[in-house]
Design a protein around this ligand. Structure first.
Ligand SMILES: Nc1nc2c(c(=O)[nH]1)N[C@H]1C(S)=C(S)[C@@H](COP(=O)(O)OP(=O)(O)OC[C@H]3O[C@@H](n4cnc5c(N)ncnc54)[C@H](O)[C@@H]3O)O[C@H]1N2
Ligand code: MOO
Length: 634
């Protein structure tokens, strides 16, 4: 049976209904040693049993004495004190006998002989004494209930005489990956195999949230097997997460299994991604059916599962940190769902800017790259570029403020420079987006990037970059920093089986080309050469197939989807392709003059001038770095 009709509850409503139906969690408790309690949640308020210090103690090395005997002491009138008669020698932490009421530091004493000392200033009562209970008084509240124990709390608890305490047991969360197509990581892959990584992500999330993950082996799409595993997990664990099989496919059994062995309360919530989520109860334990797509799974885990895993330990979920940011691109949304849009953040001209990342529910890298999440309400159709939006943070504000935003033409050396810069100075990061040279210029114009790598050939003069900067960024003074001269050429399969030598060859019958996107420098280079040779784009099979990076072009050739693509030498060697050079081009970095004195920009320039960077270029091959880092135009 295919379960086609899903509900479309609003997220908060769904959670409210679900929690109500689940009823109160019965929280399990255990008594553990205080020294093992870091990160655990207290069941009760903890009051001290003893005071700390539990006796009057010396705060300094010196002598304990009676203050009245010192009152007449001054620079002009030294007073002599006798051991055992007037004082005893004490070290820091030593108990102070009742008859003494102050401590004088050893630095303030003049030794007369073995038994006598002289003092030259008076002491006040209780000076340099830590009185009993100065830090903690018996019966004082040390930490409240439902408190997550920190290392400092452990110190105060032990000082207060508490050596063991009751905490909530870590809930055991069963994780069941399902799918006949799933294979364990490391298996040699056949077409159609899917590496199970969701269950490993869930395990890590569960442990971040204080739970113990218990992962079950992959279960095939077999009703009986899924049912047996759910029954087993619900008896062994405090909660069960079952992955995939949530939507309308022929082998999506999860909802039926939950209904049969327990109660399915909700199937379908108005969130995107993540809509086919299931919430139910089996063996009186919460069970959540999590959609298969990794990004859907992530949001269902964060938005729904997390509060239950935390609730099982008595933790109240924290409110997310939110910042205001200006949206750089229109973000579309559907009226049917609350949408979670992953964004990359930048900090430019003293404000945060947010650029939406790939939207697909399978785009795992969008989560890796994301600095935050824009939530678009269910009743909003989309948000225009330029709008100030609220972003829930996944990264720290400080990191984003220390990130150089580099948008423009892609070259693998930018990723290398990024890594070297961070190694040189751990506080700095570089984020790069590949939108082609013209896209980079537009980003500089709009104040959305600190720098733009470009390689734009002037078709009339044959000169690179300068004329474009002057023409397309009229309102800002721009510096061009030399990056590299790089060899562009044809990337072909090893041995160049189709014998591609020249731009003329691209129009040959039966040869499949793969192009770069419009606005990219490589595309301009192609068009320039085609125009020179009078070849119309329609003549080239694959001209309209666009990729966004050199590596993506190389990957298409390597996979056999195309016979030839135009790109840089390093991308060809990385993909083990042959390379037929066609020309050298100037790959430079445009930086508005107002940013050139920023410390992070200076660090970037130092990075690309560094020996380490040049060594990396040498390894890649195909780059001329004689002028790298020079400001060639201002
Ligand atoms: N006709 C319809 N088809 C789909 C609908 C729909 O409403 N009607 N909903 C789509 C949406 S939205 C989602 S989300 C997915 C949910 O799919 P399932 O939960 O049934 O999961 P599968 O189909 O088994 O897997 C989908 C996809 O997820 C990845 N995956 C699954 N398991 C793992 C794992 N353990 N580790 C890593 N990745 C995993 C994999 O790419 C699968 O192909 O359904 C849509 N379809
Ligand atoms: O719910 Mo699906 O997760 O929109 O991709």
């Amino acid at each position: 049976m295919q379960n086609v009709y899903l509900s479309n509850y609003e997220l908060n409503e769904a959670i409210e209904i679900y929690l109500k139906k689940l009823g109160n969690f019965s929280l399990n408790k255990e008594k553990i040693s205080t020294w093992d309690a870091n990160g655990r949640i207290t069941c009760n308020p903890m009051f001290s049993i003893i005071s700390s210090p539990h006796y009057n103690s010396s705060a300094m090395d010196g002598i304990a004495t009676k203050s009245e005997k010192t009152f007449s002491a001054s620079d002009r009138n030294h007073v002599i004190l006798e051991e055992f008669e007037d004082y005893i020698v004490v070290d820091t932490g030593d108990p102070i006998p009742r008859e003494y009421d102050c401590v004088i530091m050893v630095e303030d004493l003049i030794k007369v002989d073995e038994k006598k000392i002289e003092i030259y200033q008076s002491a006040t009562p209780w000076q340099n004494i830590r009185p009993l209970g100065e830090d903690i008084v018996e019966n004082q509240l040390i930490i409240p209930s439902n408190h997550k124990i920190r290392p400092v709390d452990i110190g105060a608890l032990i000082a207060g005489g508490i050596n063991s305490l009751e905490v909530y047991k870590k809930p055991v969360i069963g994780i069941i990956p399902t799918g006949t197509e799933l294979v364990e990581p490391g298996t040699s892959l056949k077409i159609g195999d899917i590496i199970d990584f969701n269950s490993r992500v869930f395990s890590a999330q569960v442990s971040d949230w204080g739970g113990i993950a218990k992962r079950y082996n992959i279960v095939k799409d077999n009703y009986q097997e899924i049912k047996n595993t759910v029954i087993k997990a619900s008896s062994e664990c405090d909660m069960v997460l079952i992955n995939a099989g949530s939507s309308a496919g022929r082998e999506d059994f999860t909802s039926e299994v939950i209904s049969e062995v327990g109660e399915l309360m909700i199937h379908g919530v108005a969130i995107k991604p993540g809509k086919p989520v299931m919430m139910g109860k089996v063996n009186n334990k919460p069970i959540i059916g999590i959609p298969g797509f990794p990004v859907s799974a992530y949001f269902v885990m964060e938005k729904i599962a997390k509060q239950i895993v935390e609730g099982l330990q008595g933790i109240e979920s924290k409110v997310d940190k939110v910042i205001d940011a200006t949206l750089t691109k229109r973000a579309m949304s559907s009226l049917k769902y609350l949408e979670f849009v992953r964004v990359k953040l930048g900090y430019i001209d003293n404000k945060f800017i947010a650029t939406p990342l790939a939207r697909g529910a399978g785009a795992t890298m969008s989560l890796v790259k994301a600095d935050g999440v824009l939530e678009i309400d269910q009743n909003v159709e989309g948000i225009e570029a330029g709008t100030i939006v609220k972003i829930k943070m996944l990264n720290s504000e400080e990191n984003i403020k220390n990130t150089l935003v580099c948008i423009g033409s892609h070259d693998p050396i930018i990723d290398i420079a990024s890594d070297i810069m961070h190694q040189r100075n751990k506080m700095y990061f570089l984020s790069s987006a590949n939108v082609g040279s013209m896209g980079g210029i537009m980003s500089l114009n709009k104040g959305e990037a600190h720098m733009a790598p470009i390689h734009l050939l002037n078709m009339e003069t044959g000169e690179y970059n300068k004329s474009y900067v002057e023409k397309y960024i009229p309102n800002k003074k721009i510096c061009l920093v030399k990056c590299v001269k790089r060899i562009q050429g044809f990337m072909v399969k090893k041995g160049n089986p189709l014998n591609v030598k020249d731009f003329k060859d691209l129009s040959r019958d039966g040869l499949k080309f793969v192009n770069r996107q419009r606005g990219s420098g490589t595309r301009l280079l192609l068009d320039y050469n085609l125009k020179k040779l009078n070849i119309s784009p329609e003549k080239i099979s694959g001209y309209f197939r666009e990729e966004y990076t050199h590596l993506a072009v190389a990957a298409a050739v390597s996979a056999g989807d195309a016979d030839v693509g135009l790109g840089v030498y390093s991308a060809a060697t990385m993909m083990n392709l042959d390379f037929i050079p066609v020309c050298n081009e100037e790959y430079d970095i445009a930086i508005p003059e107002e940013y050139i004195e920023m410390n992070i920009v200076k660090e970037f320039i130092k990075t690309i001038k560094s020996k380490t960077f040049k060594e990396e270029l040498e390894k890649l091959g195909g780059y001329d770095y004689t002028e790298t880092g020079d400001i060639i135009y201002q």
